[in-house]
Design a protein around this ligand. Structure first.
Ligand SMILES: [Zn+2]
Length: 70
């Protein structure tokens, strides 16, 4: 089996990984909430209605505050 001629230097490997570090962190896949159809990051609870997989995970604070003020 063919082998690479030289071992990849540690500085070479680390600089390559550092170049894509922030790009990987910022890459978020957005999907639509099946309940309220708002844009939300996939595999996260919906920030506008607080639902995930058909169940309410948390109560959205903005809604409760609006109810208190009115
Ligand atoms: Zn939602």
């Amino acid at each position: 089996m063919p082998q690479p001629k030289y071992k990849t230097r540690r500085s070479h490997t680390r600089s390559r990984k550092a170049a894509t570090f922030y790009a990987r962190a910022e890459r978020v896949s957005l999907g639509r909430c099946p309940r309220c159809h708002a844009l939300k990051p996939s595999h996260y609870a919906c920030p506008s209605c607080g639902y995930y997989a058909g169940e309410q995970v948390y109560v959205v604070k903005a809604e409760s505050k609006a109810e208190e003020e009115s």
